[in-house]
Design a protein around this ligand. Structure first.
Ligand code: CTP
Length: 218
């Protein structure tokens, strides 16, 4: 089957030398891509800037900003049987990007920010995606309740939820501990383990839940 996976952070420019971003390492998304590839799936990996090596056998599309990730997903989503949005997309970007490096002219600087494109939220509504849709939720409180809300709002079939208030898991960590949230309020708690091991378990759940679409059978 054909899978699209987003991974890593995005960078939103402030000026030619500065940007807004986050601590995502891309490890979870890359581990999922490798695991999907090992399972024999065709994988398109749309990745923000990361320092981990390019996985073998995967079609890697490198992007920097949320806008670029949105465009790349729109381009590659059709014909996919499943899409896994593990990227930590910046939710806001500066309204004005300095053409030159900003100089220190005052004690305080106010940056005006605007919302970026909601890529996961666009999959069903804007891109007309009908395959198996998986989102990620990184929360610091009410983890399951927020994840279930996200599942319904964004038309997902699964949300991989993790509690980022716990030390040593999630963002920029080698290990992760997640709960799979499914329609109807069902949940599957997975124990803490390496992201590589977890990727195999999550991918097995996804593989057993999806049927190849007609387009990928042609
Ligand atoms: N995501 C996305 N595009 C964005 C922001 C997030 O595709 N601009 C995806 C992430 O890849 C992840 C999920 O959405 O799969 C995370 O959602 P989040 O940003 O936490 O969702 P919101 O419902 O916007 O919730 P919050 O208010 O917590 O930000």
């Amino acid at each position: 089957m054909r899978l699209l996976i987003t991974a890593g952070p995005t960078r939103e420019a402030i000026d030619p030398v500065r940007y807004l971003s986050n601590r995502s390492s891309g490890r979870m998304g890359y581990a999922l891509a490798e695991s999907a590839c090992e399972a024999g799936h065709d994988v398109v990996l749309v990745s923000g800037p990361v320092t981990i090596p390019e996985p073998e056998g995967v079609q890697l599309v490198r992007v920097e900003t949320a806008r670029e990730m949105f465009d790349a997903v729109q381009l590659h989503l059709s014909g996919c049987d499943a899409a896994i949005f593990s990227a930590a997309v910046a939710d806001y970007r500066p309204v004005i990007v300095g053409a030159q490096k900003l100089k220190k002219t005052s004690d305080k600087l106010v940056l005006q920010l605007e919302r970026t494109e909601d890529i996961l939220g666009s999959a069903r509504l804007k891109f007309g995606f009908r395959g198996f849709l998986v989102g990620f939720a990184a929360e610091t409180e009410n983890v399951i309740a927020y994840a279930q809300g996200k599942l319904e709002r964004k038309g997902c079939d699964m949300i991989v939820a993790n509690d980022v208030s716990q030390a040593g898991i999630g963002f920029d960590s080698v290990e992760n501990e997640v709960t799979l949230c499914l329609p109807g309020g069902r949940t599957i708690a997975l124990p803490r383990q390496s992201k590589a091991a977890l990727a195999h378990v999550v991918m097995a759940h996804i593989s057993s839940s999806i049927q190849p679409s007609e387009s990928s059978l042609q």
